[in-house]
Design a protein around this ligand. Structure first.
Ligand code: HEC
Length: 144
């Protein structure tokens, strides 16, 4: 009987403790948590955001428009290699000269392999040369 009573007491005390810790949170306990753990906003990458840098350039705007109508984004991203090289990598490799634009536009239309690895870029026979060139101009614009 005595033992039982003691046990009950400690159970009640335990329950009360749990309530006062977890459940009684008014405004004060919330502000405590925010001040002790500073908001963990992820640091933006230090390098330049190329999209931000060139977003007002007409070559950029035209390129984005054309890319959206084609399958390019499924294999290419601006700053990250996915299936194909990133546009930034392509831009770093080639000067933006008229010859290079023509040469690369030809490769986009005909397809290419071996320049960046074993994965081929499929041909885009439906593309006009002008559109292909506009897309390549956009790619080569994206220098850091
Ligand atoms: C199925 C995936 C795929 C698609 C779709 C694709 N590419 Fe590619 N692209 C690649 C791969 C892979 C390479 C690397 C080819 C190589 O190593 O020669 C590449 C390379 C390139 C290059 C660099 C060529 C060189 O010789 O250095 C350019 C520019 C390019 N792509 C533009 C485009 C454009 C513009 C489109 C849309 C019309 C497009 N790609 C669609 C996979 C793709």
């Amino acid at each position: 009987m005595k033992l039982n009573f003691k046990l009950n007491l400690s159970l009640i005390a335990g329950a009360m403790l749990a309530v006062s810790c977890g459940g009684s949170g008014g405004g004060s306990s919330e502000s405590e948590t925010t001040s002790s753990t500073p908001a963990a906003t992820p640091e933006p990458p230090k390098e330049v955001n190329l999209e931000e840098k060139y977003k007002d350039d007409p070559v950029f705007i035209r390129g984005v428009e054309l890319m959206k109508q084609n399958d390019c984004p499924s294999c290419h991203m601006i700053e990250r290699k996915i299936v194909g090289p990133s546009y930034a990598d392509v831009a770093a490799k080639y000067e933006s000269t008229e010859e290079n634009v023509e040469m690369l536009a030809g490769r986009v239309i005909a397809g290419n392999v071996g320049e960046w690895g074993e994965i081929p870029m499929p041909a885009h026979p439906a593309l006009s040369e002008d559109d292909a060139k506009d897309m390549v101009r956009y790619v080569l614009l994206l220098k850091k």
